[in-house]
Write a protein that binds this ligand. Structure first.
Ligand code: C2E
Ligand code: MG
Ligand code: MG
Ligand code: MG
Length: 286
């Protein structure tokens, strides 16, 4: 069943299965093998500032199943988290990112910082945290190159551990963003304690913003709170020009969504970086 359709097939997800069928098909085993064979790739979704400049991008895992085609991350990320494969998946993503960066650099492209998604389950055990940090160091992915996105629930879980990964990454200078803000347990105390660089408002609150007085007030309040804490606000899921305009007027700092750009395959992203470096700007479609 196609979940989303894209011109290039990059967004075509063909699997959305029930629990029992998934078990029968052995998707977990397939994922394990795909990870061992380094078959996961990354798509990159650009993030723009108020002037329409591409200032960062989010790396999103993509898996093309040998028999079933593209599998949605909404399917395989929870599976990876439940099975513990998320640790390998995270290491795969770091490797992939390093390879893509080498490729872009060899073309003379200058890349903005890339945000990797980090689940608390990737850093629960000390050994897993060590492997992650070691992989970043080995591939030369420092704080100028990479940032991390964590959901509220991941952050809470992590901060309660004796060796918090959040604290560790921050001590090494990495910028952190709170992902999908508003869908978890939003606590102002945690927000203050964490001192994250960015706050990403979930697309649930962004879609249809321009037509909702309540939604408007809600998002505006979040922007004020975040800015009072010196955080940059990122709006996720910006699809409509009217919503984008509304966010600009409210003082939102950064924008991400299908209306600006879909997640792109590495070659497409290279094309975009190339045109940006030629001085062309990408603005939201009218
Ligand atoms: P996320 O981190 O919140 O990533 C944003 C998701 O929203 C992506 O879905 C992206 O394609 C989608 N999106 C972006 N703009 C729009 C829009 O305008 N409209 C709509 N409807 N959707 C939009 P994707 O790629 O399917 O990823 C889903 C989730 O899977 C991510 O949510 C993230 O939590 C997780 N994920 C993806 N890659 C990784 C990874 O490498 N590691 C970990 N731990 N999690 C990952
Ligand atoms: Mg994210
Ligand atoms: Mg998100
Ligand atoms: Mg999400």
């Amino acid at each position: 069943q196609a979940k989303r359709l894209g011109k290039d097939g990059y967004q075509l997800y063909s699997l959305e299965l029930g629990e029992s069928l998934r078990a029968r098909l052995g998707l977990e085993q397939d994922l394990r093998e795909a990870l061992a064979a380094r078959q996961l790739s990354l798509a990159y979704q650009p993030i723009f500032d108020r002037e329409g400049r591409l200032v960062s991008m989010e790396a999103l895992a993509r898996w093309r199943h040998a028999r079933c085609g593209w599998v949605s991350p909404a399917e395989f990320i929870p599976l990876a988290e439940a099975s513990g494969l998320i640790v390998e998946l995270g290491l795969n993503a770091i490797e992939r990112l390093a390879a893509d960066l080498r490729d872009w650099h060899s073309q003379g492209l200058v890349c903005p910082p890339v945000a990797l998604n980090l689940s608390s389950r990737q850093c629960r055990r000390p050994r897993d945290r060590e492997r992650l940090l070691e992989a970043l160091a080995r591939h030369g992915l420092g704080p100028q190159t990479v940032e991390f996105e964590l959901t509220e629930s991941s952050v809470f879980e992590d901060l309660d551990q004796p060796d918090s990964m959040v604290a560790l990454l921050q001590s090494q200078g990495y910028a952190l963003a709170i992902d999908d803000f508003g869908t978890g347990y939003s606590s102002l105390a945690y927000l203050r304690r964490m001192r994250c660089r960015k706050l990403k408002i979930d697309r649930l609150f962004i879609h249809g913003l321009a037509n909702s007085t309540e939604g408007h007030m809600l998002v505006e309040s979040v922007i004020r709170v975040a800015q009072a804490m010196q955080m940059l606000v990122v709006a996720e899921g910006v699809e409509e020009r009217a919503d984008w305009q509304c966010l600009v007027d409210m003082g939102c700092d950064l924008f991400q969504g299908f209306g600006l750009s879909r997640p792109l395959a590495p070659v497409q992203l290279a094309g975009l970086l190339h045109s940006q470096q030629q001085g062309q700007r990408t603005l939201i479609e009218a």
